[in-house]
Design a protein around this ligand. Structure first.
Ligand SMILES: Cc1cc2nc3c(=O)[nH]c(=O)nc-3n(C[C@H](O)[C@H](O)[C@H](O)COP(=O)(O)OP(=O)(O)OC[C@H]3O[C@@H](n4cnc5c(N)ncnc54)[C@H](O)[C@@H]3O)c2cc1C
Length: 455
């Protein structure tokens, strides 16, 4: 499809702010349109069939998902999340450009997987592309890029505060040409899913190291390694999230070859930092699409002639007109926050852009959670049942406040960074006061000053 034949005022681009639209390159315009067509025509109308297949098989990839993945790959829609900074990037999109695609993918929960842009494989692919050696890339990265396998990321533990990953305590012990793992893990995809082939696991390899940032290592652990027991699949907000799921594990003398060590012993933090590039805000990008979907449902219900409390359409009550307006304004404001974070990563990288990332991770999940909740309210009793996708949309927004690190720790970081400005701010205000005194003397005015010691 030639990008100059695509209508930039069409529905695929409807919500993209003019300033962002102006920056989109022809390849991005093509991919955004193609993703829009894909989600609208191939995914959303198949939602009930996908749900029926998941319920029938639970812990295996549904045949429909396999079929759609093959089709999407053939259409050149795979792996668009990999930004132009990777040589493996298929289309060389920027994070900002991918953000426009990801929002559209968010319109149905599983659409991202049809185009191989789903967590945690996206983060793992970025990690392996960045830090794995050639042999590891061939064996573990390539099948993920090809979409022939799935992976998990295993950091969280049940008995420590993992949001501070220096607490990670599962033991990795070197033994000859192998590493032996003992301990417990929480989350990371469910082992019952036979399409899952490996975990990237973070563990404690050198507890005595005086440098707390050099005590941990990352290993590739094949899912069929003896000694891994899945205690249960965790339900999240009551859902089992099959077929990926979220497991709880015991590792007992799990042996992996030394070739499965990523980058080097003690380098887990270096890797973990690098893993979290654009991937950190993919959930927020998709949540915008989820929120648009929820708002559409509320608008539809508000104008549905079958529902007339007190003889009026739900959307004819002033309170609901205002509610709809507020949701639209909040959603558009959240979009600016997401796009700003994506563009900041493109321009200065995730480290220098951490404030923009934090802003996004703090404000968007909680904002979408509230928005979906309001939409449920307008929908009445059916809004919290399986009659609408609203409960799953709400659950996604709620758990996104925790996944990849809780919003509280981002808030903590933003607050600390703000407080670090105190000395410079104080100095500036002392200068104001000194100058105010000088001006007062110059104009012969008697002024009320701050106490002398604040000068
Ligand atoms: C749906 C879902 C999927 C997940 N997938 C994965 C996965 O694939 N792999 C994986 O390893 N993990 C995964 N997780 C786990 C998630 O990353 C952790 O739950 C999260 O990082 C918090 O760690 P914790 O549970 O150990 O909580 P803790 O570290 O114990 O924190 C508990 C609470 O303490 C408070 N807190 C923490 N730090 C601060 C702070 N600095 N300031 C103020 N308050 C603070 C917060 O309220 C926080 O929620 C997933 C979680 C969810 C919900």
């Amino acid at each position: 499809m030639a990008s100059n034949s695509i209508n930039l005022d069409g529905p695929a681009f409807r919500h993209i702010p003019a300033g962002v639209k102006a920056k989109l390159r022809p390849i991005a315009i093509e991919k955004i349109q193609a993703i829009y067509d894909w989600v609208e025509n191939e995914c959303i109308p198949r939602e009930p069939v996908m749900e029926a297949q998941v319920q029938a098989r639970k812990w295996a990839m549904p045949p429909l998902m396999k079929e759609l993945r093959e089709k999407a790959k053939a259409k050149g829609l795979f792996n668009l999340f990999l930004p132009n900074t990777f040589k493996e990037s298929p289309a060389g999109l920027t994070n900002l450009e991918y953000g426009c695609c990801a929002e559209l993918l968010g319109r149905t929960y599983w659409a991202a997987q049809t185009v191989n842009c789903h967590a945690p494989d996206t983060g793992n692919m970025e990690l392996l592309a960045k830090y794995a050696n050639d042999e590891q890339k061939k064996r573990w990265l390539q099948p993920l890029l090809d979409g022939t396998t799935l992976s998990g990321y295993s950091m969280t533990e049940p008995s420590v505060a993992t949001s501070d990953a220096t607490n990670v305590s599962i033991r990795i012990t070197k033994k000859g040409d192998t590493y032996v793992i003992n301990g417990r893990k929480l989350y990371a995809n469910c082992l019952w899913n036979k399409d899952l082939s490996f975990y990237i696991l973070m563990g404690l390899s050198d507890p005595e190291n005086p440098d707390q940032w050099a005590r941990h290592s990352m290993l590739i652990v094949p899912a069929d390694t003896p000694g891994i027991t899945q205690v249960r699949n965790l339900t999240v907000l009551g859902y089992d999230w099959a077929p990926e799921g979220h497991g709880e594990y015991v590792y007992e003398n799990v042996v992996v070859p030394k070739e499965n060590l990523i980058l080097g012993e003690g380098r887990a933090f270096e890797i973990a930092q690098g893993r979290l590039g654009g991937g950190r805000i993919h959930h927020c990008m998709r949540l915008l699409g989820q929120a648009e979907r929820a708002l559409e449902l509320a608008v539809m219900r508000a104008k549905d002639p079958r529902f007339k409390p007190r003889g009026k359409l739900i959307g004819d009550f002033d309170s609901n007109i205002e509610r709809i307006a507020q949701m639209r304004l909040n959603l558009d404001a959240m979009r600016f926050i997401v796009y700003n974070a994506a563009e900041t990563i493109d321009l200065v990288g995730p480290k220098a852009g951490r404030q923009a990332i934090a802003q996004c991770k703090i404000l968007v999940p909680v904002g979408v959670e509230k928005l979906v909740s309001e939409c449920m309210q307008m929908f009445g009793g059916q809004g919290v049942t399986q009659h609408t996708p609203l409960p799953t949309l709400w659950a996604y927004a709620r758990w996104a406040r925790l996944a990849d690190g809780p919003d509280s720790s981002h808030r903590h970081q933003v607050g600390r960074d703000e407080l670090k400005k105190a000395p410079a701010i104080t100095e500036r205000h002392q200068t104001y006061n000194r100058r105010a005194k000088e001006f007062a003397e110059q104009y012969g005015e008697k002024i009320l000053m701050m106490p002398e010691d604040s000068l």
